[in-house]
Design a protein around this ligand. Sequence first.
Ligand code: MG
Length: 206
Amino acid sequence: MDARVHSLALACKGFLDDEEGLRLHALAREAAALGPVLEIGSYCGKSALYLGSGAKAAGGSLICLDHHRGSEEHQRGEEYHDPDLYDAEAGAVDSLGHLRRALRQAELEETALLLVASSTSAARLWSTPLGMVFIDGGHSHEAAHADYEGWAHKLLPGGILAIHDLFPDPAEGGQAPIEVYRRALESGDFAPLPTTKTLGVLRRLG
Ligand code: MG
């Protein structure tokens, strides 16, 4: 990964471990040759820098899907609320400006297409087959399963499904992402690839 973009990714706000980020970068680099890479839950752009620089190296595209109003845990009074992202006039979280700034600094504005929408409404309209889907949006049971239902079947054979925040021990974190990972495995449509820390990775079968 380009050293300058890597240092921007390390400095970017977000909740992605560097080893996981570098794995995403390598996966995007491979998958973008097959079709567009889509991430659900861009927030301030940390994962977009890892994924986007991989997609760019392959001459492909990254779609950054996020409503930018923050997940449940980012809202005012919640554990991961960040006052820097609060738009007082709107009375709401707004992370879009941070994403645009990160992409501009990393020279990824030509590679990354921003889709500012809810995952469910975007999935309803989206029909282009995808090379990779990274699920890291809302972590509630409903949101995580809706992301899987809306997007996993849009992957091309050989495409990559990556899911962030897998915690086999419920004491360490919410269970929705790992439920989705197990659901994908049980569907018979995916083969498991090695996991990197809390990042689950599967390949869509033909
Ligand atoms: Mg995450």
